[in-house]
Design a protein around this ligand. Structure first.
Ligand code: SF4
Length: 402
């Protein structure tokens, strides 16, 4: 083992510390914010008044040793540390941040989170939640820390317990299984998803062949398909429509949509279905909910004038991923980030105007943290691009109303 010429130190404004910590981690360096520090870890220490944070590479780190041999401490730690310092330097500068509005939580997500919070207050513990209540890592982690137990399937829930169904909805078979299992169900399905389920039931009852435009494997589509599995076909693209079989003689067809699709892409699939099956009935693109539509419009509005668009959201969040695609189709460079720790310094380099938005399942505070972190790199002027005013709210299930 050899010694580096360290200690090497990078000191940054306190609010920007997650930017640097994230970059160091991605470089393969372990960052630790409290003694005892693991061997080889970068020490993260807050200044006395909390306004700065220093990152210090320890003086003794293995040199010429493999990562495996030394507990995942890279042999070239000093070089990696210096690369991060250089990235930080090149990201410094004044910026404009264009805040897309509306962004972040929608009425369905607000309600779903509140259902779990109220269940934790009003029902005996443990309170179980089937699947992620909404597709966001931070929301799930926070509710789990407060006592919610997340499960994949109902066979993990003991008889007599309370279980919450997620905002994405469930197939009727899941409701039946809950009843048979003696579970107390609280349904956090977004009312706008419930509306699509009702459409599919109506179409199927009248004997239509039903086409659901959606994403394979997404919980919402799986739940909706379950309303009439024998009569419903999932279609994801114009290409898939072209490969669909002819209808039986005299048969009728209709379609419904997942609520979080990209409006422009979904319209293309609707047009293809109308072309393939003249007379097919459906809601146009109206199943795509107000929150998805508004967030896509506001993402487009900031993308037009941004060098980079940051979309806050989890990778399994359909509407967040769609926002990235919408911004890219508008010509911007766009990145999906879980939180400030995933913002790449290299992406910020040369990005004088940054569009900032968040999917419907990402908390507003995550956006605020990014703005504060950017201020550590230089002055930031913010400007809001609002495309709609949202006033939608949903009431809690009657079993929980105060
Ligand atoms: S994105 Fe739309 S459908 Fe999904 S929870 Fe929010 S309002 Fe409901």
């Amino acid at each position: 083992m050899a010694e580096h010429r360290n200690p090497a130190v990078i000191t940054v404004p306190g609010d920007s510390a997650p930017l640097l910590a994230g970059e160091l981690s991605r470089e393969g360096l372990r960052v630790s914010d409290g003694a005892p520090y693991p061997f080889g870890a970068v020490h993260m220490e807050r200044g006395a008044d909390g306004s700065t944070v220093s990152f210090t590479l320890p003086e003794t780190v293995p040199d010429g040793q493999g990562e495996e041999a030394e507990g995942h401490v890279p042999a070239d730690s000093a070089a990696r540390f210096e690369a991060v310092r250089a990235a930080w330097q090149s990201a410094l500068g004044a910026r404009t941040v264009l805040l897309a509005e509306p962004r972040s939580f929608c009425a369905g997500v607000d309600r779903a989170i509140e259902v779990v919070e109220e269940a934790l207050e009003q029902r005996p513990h443990p309170v179980y939640v089937r699947k992620q209540i909404v597709h966001n890592t931070h929301v799930v982690r926070d509710l789990a820390a407060r006592g919610a137990v997340f499960v994949d399937e109902l066979d993990e829930v003991p008889a007599g317990a309370t279980v919450v169904f997620s905002a994405h909805g469930v197939a009727p078979a899941v409701r039946t299984a809950a009843e048979l299992g003696g579970l107390h169900v609280l349904d956090a399905t977004c009312p706008l998803v419930t509306k699509v389920h009702a459409e599919v039931r109506r179409y199927a009852r009248r004997g239509d062949r039903v086409f659901l435009i959606g994403h394979e494997g997404h919980e919402e589509s799986e739940g909706t398909l379950g309303e009439a599995p024998d009569r419903t076909t999932l279609v994801q693209s114009v290409e898939e429509v072209a490969a669909l079989p002819d209808l039986d003689e005299g048969a009728t067809a209709s379609y419904a949509l997942q609520t979080t699709l990209a409006v422009d892409e979904a319209e293309d699939v609707v047009l293809a279905l109308q072309d393939r099956y003249p007379g097919i009935q459906g809601p146009g693109s109206d199943d795509i909910c107000y929150a998805t539509t508004n967030r896509q419009a506001s993402a487009r509005a900031v993308a037009d004038s941004s060098d980079l668009v940051l979309v806050v959201g989890s990778r399994n969040s359909s509407n967040s991923v769609r926002l990235v695609e919408v911004a890219e189709r508008a010509g911007a460079r766009a990145r999906l980030v879980e939180d400030v720790g995933e913002v790449r310094l290299t992406d910020l380099c040369g990005a004088d105007t940054i569009g900032l938005t968040a999917g419907a399942s990402a908390a507003p505070a995550l956006v605020d943290e990014i703005v504060r972190a950017l201020r550590g790199l230089g002055s930031v002027s913010t400007s809001v691009r609002r495309v709609a005013q949202e006033t939608v709210t949903f009431s809690l299930p009657k079993e929980l109303s105060r």
